[in-house]
Design a protein around this ligand. Sequence first.
Ligand code: 13P
Ligand code: SF4
Length: 327
Amino acid sequence: MMKSVINHAKVTTDHSKKMDDLDFALEIKRLKKEKNAVILAHYYQEEAIQSIADYLGDSLYLAKQAEKVKADIIVFAGVHFMAETAKIVNPSKKVLLPDLKAGCSLADSCPPIDFKAFKAKYPEAIVVTYINCSAEIKALSDIVCTSSNAVEIINSIPKDQQIIFAPDKNLGRYLIKETGRDMILWDGACIVHEAFSFEKIVQLAKEHPKAKFIAHPESESQVLDIAHYIGSTSGLLNFVQEDLSDTFIVATEAGILTEMQKRCPSKHFIPAPVEDDTCACSECAFMKLNTMEKLYRCLKNETPEISLDESLMEKARLPIERMLAIK
Ligand code: 13P
Ligand code: SF4
């Protein structure tokens, strides 16, 4: 008896949640029109948010779109450094982030005070920073890159020039291999991409011998070493569309599987296993802080808003603009 009551309660809860998301979607659409707003969303957002976005993409695509936005308001359904970048490249717009606590473990792994001291040890070095960092770190950089254009950015720097790369040591190591450049690496990492289990991936690959294993370059080097393909979020998406394989084991944030399945309905996508079976570690908890309800409320109340000091924005803009001029 008790069991059936619990089950009934669950059905009701699930049903009302579904209805809520539909209601929020209608309200969000209405408010977007009324307030002349656009929604930019990263592929790691929950499915309902991805479906309502005006622009859906990886961090490079979203930075480029943010720069071009004509609307008055940008609602950034992603994490804090992404919304900050949107504000920096298009400062006259009101930029909203549904949950201000949507941070990034990788950005947090590079505190500006420590990075300033690190940089001072190599006065001759050019500083290349991955876009997953705070505005303060961007302001200490010469050029920014994303995982989509990092190889081109590094290759654009004269061969004899010393380079500091921050904050992601895994992406840094991958870039050293790809470009043959000996870079000085900051010791930062992403908790999501470091959660994948090498042993379990090897086992899974044995169980699916025809599957291709693909990975985001934020993953650890032993994981990258066994990948058939390594690429940014959009790189991975393109790969699964073009490759003839039927099954893919995917080592990046699990949200990308929604778009992969949408673009390739007949193919099979398996999220790469993580070390700890008890957690949903291949989901970015920061990205998932944004919900349809928070998206609706932030558009309705026009808060939380990203606000940055003018001089900080000016310093942080230059390395982003240098990147956008290259690719
Ligand atoms: P992309 O540059 O591939 O969008 O990746 C962003 C990110 O946060 C990866 O964890
Ligand atoms: Fe940051 Fe990692 Fe989340 Fe990407 S997946 S936003 S790098 S914590």
